[in-house]
Design a binder for this molecule. Structure first.
Ligand SMILES: Cc1cc2nc3c(=O)[nH]c(=O)nc-3n(C[C@H](O)[C@H](O)[C@H](O)COP(=O)(O)OP(=O)(O)OC[C@H]3O[C@@H](n4cnc5c(N)ncnc54)[C@H](O)[C@@H]3O)c2cc1C
Length: 472
């Protein structure tokens, strides 16, 4: 280690000293009291398994569509404790994990998908207002920032492709970008106005409160262990007894799926984030970031970052960690090596902020599928609907998926259920050890491409041709 590197490493460690190992958003006195667990066997017309955004939107929309419907949410721990309560809070209109992914897979559907995505974002904004959810929803726009010269041409190409599909993106050159936020590594950006920021856990808790107010029953600390279909109903086994349902929506995200057929469709990937202390007025002025734009950079191993209502910066992304055998452990939510890399990259991006401390560090699991965007389906003769595979962009897309699940259970033919994106399924991951080796080869190749002006090796080109990938 050189002298300069050692000084740098100790400065990074100092900045992380004392950072609480817990998600910033969940460390909030507004956190609701945990609801009682299920007390014994029961039944409901619609049972929703999982109390993240997908489950809560499903329950809320079910009673909105059909007031008085008997809906029960069964949540293994507490509503919003998982991805929905610990994400970056980028609530984007995109239903396809970004424009490029959508254009590569469903080019003919993109105009419709963009329109449905905008309508979905409008509906989220309207629901936040209607239910008075205090989650700092700001329709701030998102910046996709080039940090290397070879990415500048991509900005122009993407702007043109977006315009053709009916999406207006604004191109910012280095100077225009510097007027919004100043970093020595930023070279230009695309601004997408159809994007909002939210406080993630507050949104989940607000949806939970809206569900309860609308008559939805919620049982927390009630994991469902198994599901079986009978002729006229579905049985869900919990520790407190069997729950009988006419219909079921599975909203379990990265957890081990209750339906065996879904077990190879997603892999759990750990994503990490840091939160700074509130910046002083002087620090804020030094980076010139006075707006509330959500920002991500355009490398394969990308960072995402945003400000909060009290002037902190959330800084996340870069590493996407998969554990052999799709293992998940609470201990994996802390990863010192990743936190140090993240902090180091933060100070490279904003050297003006030297001396700023991080107050929180955490990780969470995303449900990556090979097409990076959720897939939808039914089981048990149409009585069970599910959606999973949101990868790293589910804050907005889960509401759309809830609408799809309810359409499917009602047997409705809608513009949503007619989409090829909704009818098609991704290619499953292979079993171990091939899965682990394939993911290792892909993450290594993505990092190589970042070091090599974006040039992809044979492995990535082959994966692209097969429509396969690994992302966060
Ligand atoms: C660190 C991080 C950052 C992210 N950043 C963003 C972002 O900025 N923008 C964005 O769009 N997306 C982001 N995402 C992804 C986004 O958070 C998710 O796509 C979204 O929250 C998924 O919602 P969900 O309801 O499907 O899943 P979850 O919130 O994971 O909820 C699933 C729930 O199901 C429960 N459950 C599972 N199995 C059972 C069972 N058998 N019985 C009962 N309950 C069960 C779990 O306890 C959990 O509460 C991020 C994710 C992470 C982890």
């Amino acid at each position: 280690m050189t002298g300069t590197t050692a000084v740098r490493t100790s400065a990074v460690r100092r900045a992380l000293d004392g950072a609480a190992p817990t998600p910033y958003w969940l460390d909030d006195p507004a956190r609701p009291e945990t609801a009682a667990a299920l007390a014994g066997p029961t039944s409901a017309d619609l049972v929703v398994v999982g109390g993240g955004y997908l489950g809560l939107w499903t329950a809320l929309l079910a009673v909105t569509r059909e007031p008085g419907r008997d809906v029960l949410v069964l949540e293994a721990l507490t509503c919003g404790h998982a991805a929905s309560g610990r994400n970056g809070g980028f609530c984007e209109a995109s239903l396809t994990h970004g424009l490029a992914n959508g254009l590569a897979r469903w080019p003919e559907e993109m105009p419709a998908l963009l329109e449905l995505g905008r309508t979905n974002l409008d509906a989220i904004e309207a629901a936040v207002a209607e239910h008075a959810i205090d989650c700092d929803f700001v329709r701030s726009g998102a910046l996709s920032v080039a940090t290397a010269d070879h990415q500048l041409a991509d900005l122009v190409e993407e702007q043109e492709a977006a315009a053709e599909a009916g999406q207006v993106l604004e191109l910012l050159d280095r100077a225009a970008l510097r007027d919004r936020v100043s970093s020595p590594v930023f070279r230009g950006a695309l601004l997408d106005p159809d994007s909002a920021l939210v406080e993630p856990a507050r949104l989940a808790w607000g949806l939970r409160a809206a569900c309860l107010a609308a008559g939805v029953r919620i049982a927390e600390r009630t994991p469902v262990h198994a599901l079986s279909g009978r002729e006229r109903s579905i049985q869900l086994r919990t520790t407190s007894g069997v729950v009988t349902a006419r219909q079921v929506v599975l909203a379990t995200n990265a957890a081990r799926p209750l339906l065996r057929r879904l077990r190879l469709m997603t892999v759990p990937v750990y994503d990490y984030a840091l939160m700074t202390e509130p910046l002083s007025g002087q620090q804020r002025a030094a980076i010139g970031w006075q707006g509330r734009e959500g920002i991500s950079d355009r490398t394969n191993r990308f960072h995402y970052f945003r400000t909060t209502r009290d002037g902190r910066i959330l800084w996340g992304g870069y590493d996407a960690i998969y554990h052999f055998g799709s293992r998940q452990r609470a201990a994996y939510e802390q990863r010192d090596a990743t936190f140090e890399t993240l902090a180091e990259n933060f100070f490279t991006t904003f050297p003006q902020l030297e001396g700023v401390q991080f107050t929180h560090r955490w990780g969470g699991v995303i449900d990556t599928c090979t097409r990076f965007t959720a897939f939808h389906g039914t089981a048990c003769a149409g009585r069970v609907a599910y959606a999973l595979g949101f990868t790293g962009l589910g804050v907005g897309a889960t509401r759309f998926a809830a609408e799809v699940a309810l359409d499917q259970l009602a047997g409705l033919d809608t513009p949503r259920t007619r989409l090829r994106m909704v009818r098609e399924r991704p290619v499953p991951f292979p079993p171990e050890p091939v899965r682990w080796a394939g993911i290792r080869a892909t993450t290594w190749s993505l990092a190589q491409a970042d070091r090599n002006e974006g040039r992809e090796n044979l492995w990535l080109r082959t994966m692209d041709r097969l429509g396969l990938g690994f992302d966060s």
